[in-house]
Ligand binder design. Structure first.
Ligand code: ADP
Length: 248
């Protein structure tokens, strides 16, 4: 494993839901520190793609590697789940646990960290997402934007090598989108490797090293944000960008 080899690599991945072909020979390679924005119409397979990376979905053929570990066998799957943080559209916090408890469960149970160390790390990361003063509250006592920042801090508590974001702002009221995007921008600036499924094209322009466009289970086009937005190559990409820009 050299610094140059990809941190996340999918090769020729095929995924079916029953007879439905959700990912069609998908290959991507993400370098350490790279920020990818994954976009495309609803139902094109974006969420499926990132869920396959930490094996929330099984694949039928192809290979997936994270940090040199091939995703096969339960040990490898557990390793990768520990190493790759995931943030969902719907936060997925434990409702009956406080913010702080939400952040310390996995490090204690999965990594075997002591409660004291887990709490110290959690408070530092809650500070970083500017929500440490809410540590003793329950998720329902927080706004959506605050809950999503807790979800980001919770993922960071596992000290992931990469973070996957699945439409992290699309369930939020508009006034809360910025606080979550700002948190993601700050993570990106600190060098985190990120794959973000998002329709926030301003975020893509500002942060992405590469934009990948999917349609019907395939990667149709990938490019730097500048070229992706100014000179989309494929007519499906142009149609998608037309739609997105019309709605923003
Ligand atoms: P996107 O994230 O781009 O909106 P998804 O990856 O969620 O797309 O879904 C891709 C396609 O796979 C959609 O047609 C969706 O209906 C289908 N799909 C997703 N999850 C399942 C599932 N658990 N069972 C059956 N079909 C699914």
């Amino acid at each position: 494993m050299t610094l140059q080899s990809p941190l996340i690599r999918m090769m020729d991945v095929n995924k079916y839901y029953g007879a439905f072909h959700a990912l069609k020979s998908v290959s991507i390679s993400v370098r350490r520190g790279e920020k990818i924005v994954l976009c495309g119409p609803s139902g094109s397979g974006k969420s499926t793609l990132i869920r396959c990376i930490n094996h929330l979905e099984a694949i039928q053929s192809g290979t997936i590697e994270v940090d040199g570990t091939k995703l096969e066998g339960t040990t490898a799957i557990d390793t990768i789940r520990r190493e790759v943080g995931m943030v969902f559209q719907s936060f997925n916090l434990f409702p009956h646990k406080t913010v702080l408890e939400n952040c310390i469960i996995a490090p204690m149970r999965v990594r075997g960290v002591s409660r004291m160390d887990a709490e110290t790390t959690a408070m530092r990361l809650l500070e970083r997402v500017k929500i440490a003063n809410q540590a003793q509250k329950y998720p329902a006592q927080l706004s959506g934007g605050q809950q999503q920042r807790v979800a980001i801090a919770r993922a960071l508590c596992m000290e992931p090598v990469a973070m996957l974001f699945d439409e992290p702002t699309s369930a939020l009221d508009p006034e809360m989108v910025k606080e979550v995007l700002d948190t993601m921008i700050s993570l990106a600036n600190d060098g985190m490797t990120m794959i973000c499924v998002t329709h926030e094209m301003g975020f893509a322009r500002q942060v992405a090293d590469r934009v990948i466009f999917m349609s019907d289970g395939e990667i149709v086009e990938e490019n730097s944000p500048k070229d992706f937005f100014s000179a989309p190559q494929h007519k499906r990409t142009r149609a998608f960008l037309g739609e997105i820009l019309a709605h923003h």
